[in-house]
Design a protein. Structure first.
Length: 268
């Protein structure tokens, strides 16, 4: 079949039999290349400011954090900072929310710890995750645990986190076989373990020369030992009453769980 080159549907130079509509469009008429969305760019910039704020606060402390230092580290301007945060305090509040969100995820992932090596390995992995997350947010989390330095809302948030952690440890460390007859003092044991875990990471955050790997191994061993043995029961020892939730009395709970003000003493 002969090709009619005079047919306007075909074009010389485009190859025999190639319709004109199939020719490549001029550069000026091509669709623009995909670009990052405005929303994605905004999220990236906000995250850079949060990361810079976390780094600066880790170096200088929350109280000494300055917007100048944050924008310098993030590589942005003051104007950009105030597009995302209304003030320095707003940035600190966002860092605290991030810390609570990430720690809540860690607490929710506490494993069901079975007896034996498999259960101990699962517990060790969880303890390492807790230590890594605490290290990432150590300044905000230390503020949450220090009742003398925190305002009322921050104090309550810290106590609620501590209690959720104790609840998760109680559920995870008691086996399904214990459900009908749970170990005595399980809640108190879990709370003691939770406070020990938080305090040891607190001390790591203020510079005590402990190795995080060794800390995780030791905490795992302590958890396992604490739930493996029951305290001796005396003849007059009544069944323990369940612990009350600290949220029901924030003032009493804050006094009970408050960290001492000032830097902790270094081990002698």
């Amino acid at each position: 079949m002969a090709i009619d080159s005079s047919n306007p549907a075909f074009t010389a130079g485009a190859g025999p039999g190639v319709p004109r509509r199939a020719r490549a469009l001029p550069q000026s008429r091509r669709a623009p290349a995909a670009r990052p969305t405005r929303r994605g760019h905004c999220q990236h910039t906000r995250q850079r400011l949060l990361d810079a704020g976390r780094t600066v606060s880790g170096q200088q402390g929350f109280q000494a954090l300055r917007v100048d230092d944050v924008v310098r580290l993030a590589g942005t301007s003051h104007g950009t900072f105030y597009l995302y945060f209304s003030s320095r305090q707003d940035l600190l509040a966002a860092l605290t929310r991030d810390a609570l969100r990430d720690m809540d995820a860690v607490v929710a992932a506490f494993p069901r710890v079975s007896r034996g090596e498999a259960g101990r390995a699962a517990l060790l992995l969880w303890v390492r995750r807790f230590c890594d997350t605490y290290a990432e947010h150590n300044t905000a989390l230390r503020l949450l645990s220090n009742a003398d330095a925190a305002n009322q809302n921050v104090r309550r948030s810290g106590l609620r986190l501590l209690w959720r952690l104790a609840d998760a440890i109680t559920r995870g460390m008691t086996t399904p076989a214990d459900a009908a007859d749970p170990p005595r003092y399980a809640e108190l044991t879990a709370l003691a373990c939770a406070m020990m875990l938080e305090r040891m990471n607190y001390l790591l955050g203020v510079g005590l020369p402990w190795q995080k790997h060794d800390l995780a191994e030791r905490v795992t061993a302590i958890f396992a030992a604490a739930f493996a043995a029951e305290p001796p029961r005396s003849r007059n020892d009544a069944s323990p009453a369940p612990l009350s939730h600290p949220g029901s009395s924030p003032a009493i709970a804050a006094r009970s769980f408050a960290a001492p003000s000032g830097a902790p003493p270094r081990p002698g």
